[in-house]
Every structure is written in C-alpha cells, then in structure tokens.
Write a protein that binds this ligand. Sequence first.
Ligand code: PEP
Ligand code: MN
Length: 362
Amino acid sequence: MKMSHELDRLRQEVDEVNVKLLELLSKRAELAQAIGEVKKAQGIHRFDPERERDMLNWVSEANPGPFDDKTIRHLFKQIFKASLDLQQEDHKKALLVSRKRKPEDTVVHVGDLPVGNEQKTVIAGPCSVESEEQVREVAQALSKQGVALLRGGAFKPRTSPYDFQGLGVEGLRILRRVADEFGMKVISEIVNPSDIEKAEQYIDVVQIGARNMQNFELLKAAGSSQLPVFLKRGMSATVEEFLFAAEYIVSGGNDQVMLCERGIRTYEKWTRNTLDISAVPLLKQESHLPVFVDITHSTGRRDIQLPVAKAALAAGADGLMLEVHPDPAVALSDANQQINIPQFEAFMDEIRQHGRIQRSEP
Ligand code: PEP
Ligand code: MN
C-alpha cells in the first residue's frame, strides 16, 4: 500500500516535469522561430554549425548527470534538428510530388492523351528501334489494339559496351514517322541532358531509365523540358529516393511526371529483377503522380507477365509498360523477355478483363 503510494507520487512528479519540459521546449521553439525570422531578414543561412557546436559543448559542460554526455548531446541534437526543421520552408517539409502538397491525382497530358485518369494506359513497343519495318509492324499491331503510346529505345544504356547501343537520333526519326502514320505518341529514353531539347522535335514523352534515375543533371534538364517525363525507378533505389528523383523534375518546373516501378535487384535469379509490388500502393499513397509497372524488365521472362500485369492493376497502377517485338528471338536487345505480336494480342484480350484499358482510335 505504502509502496504504491510512493510510486503514484513519483509518477505525478514525472508528469509535472513533462509539462515543464514541454513548456520549455515550446518556448525554445518560439525563440528559434524568431531567430529564423531575423536571419531571413538579414539574408543569413539558417543552419549555423559553429553555434551548434558551441551549444553542444555548453550543455556537456553543464551536465550534472546522471545522463552521460553522449546521451545529453544526442537529445539536444534532436532538439536542434527539430528547431531547424521548424525554420525550413514548406517545400522542404512536404515534397511537391507528395499528396500532402496536392491531394488530387495528377493527370499527365501526352498531347491530347490523358494519363492517370480512371482508365489504364498501356505503353508498348520494342526494346530497341532496329529498323523502320520492325517498328511499323509493332505499331500497326498496337494501333489495332487501341494502344496509343509507342515505346522504343534509340539511345540504349547497355551493360556491355560491345552490345547494340541503339540507332540514336535516327531511331527517334523512325519512331516519329511510324507513330505519325498511326496517330500514335512516342516515348523514348534519353540518356544525355543535352539531347533532351533535340529530342523534343521527335518524341512526346522523355523516358529516364533505371540506370539514370539519379543522374541529377539529366533530371534537371527534364525539369526544364516542355515534354512529360516517364521516370523509371533505379534498380537499387528506395521508394523515397525515387520520389526525390521525381521531385528534381517537378521542382525544376515540369509537373508532368509519370513514375514507373520496373523491379529492383535482389538475390532472386528466376526473375531478372524483383517486382516490388508494394511500391505501387505506396507511391499512390505518398504521391499524386501516375504510377506504371514495367512487366517486361521486372520479370525478364514472358511466362509470368500476364499475372504480374493483373497484380499491378489490382494494386492500383495507372498503366503498364511492356516490350513487343515482331520476332523476339532475333531482337538486338532483351531477346528473352519481349513478346511477339500474337502473344501481345492475347495479352491485351486478357488484360481488358482486369481493368478499364484506355482505347484510342487512330
Ligand atoms: C527500357 O525501358 O528500355 C529500359 C532500358 O528499362 P530500364 O531503364 O527500366 O532498365
Ligand atoms: Mn528492354
């Protein structure tokens, strides 16, 4: 009985100390905000490491125990950080790409084609542009299925320098000519920041590939582009890093960004990459940008693409990307994973049962 009385008394004292601490913390926060205003008026940088160092030294010197210095420094460091965060501009607290900043879904406009509305968009085409005939054969099949976004790599970021590197600008010209024949839009990867402006005359969407997700100069150049951007997740990038990469583009002035989960690298060998399906609802929750799933590069094999595509749509993806080649066995890149035209047609028939797939009339 006596012991429990003592415990109650001590707990009450702790409660009172908590309230006092809270008052002091709030008082300190107000002072930090006032300091922030003065610094702003004087044009001084808010973070002052020398001042922080001095304050940490003083609290260590004044530390009466029982906490050791390391603990006290850690606790105060947290307080300093929280105060500095209070002084940060709003855009540092909530990213432009975040739902916190913009609750409603972004619809990206690829010319007159809306992406990210209630309909699901399919982007398809060969891994690489190899010839005009090859692209035309695929585009015709896509067009018959109502697919309006034609993909094809002209600048190929290949692992080996001895592999086919793509046709470059000539590849973009081929894509444009063929797409115009069928009333389609072109999406193609650009790897060099200085090529973005040049590419604007041939393509409708700039793709930034997984290997370039953190090529910050390329992201900045895409931020100044007039074209929508299709940003693929880096193969070792966290979801947060992926969103920061998108933030580079949006903060540069281009809010027309689509995100694409294309699998990440794990120890699993039976797929080329491991599709991180949880990234889809996470990205949809955290960001207002449209989210795609690349069912080709994530799996690296044809036999599971259909169930993976269904899973992507069920998880909330706004669209799918896949590679289609007239004769995958002789493709100059990604021969093991591209599907042929009859397989693509069967795929489209199936996938239409699992979501409202956009159908564009040429
Ligand atoms: C591609 O889509 O052409 C491609 C190279 O994919 P990723 O950048 O995802 O590897
Ligand atoms: Mn490919």
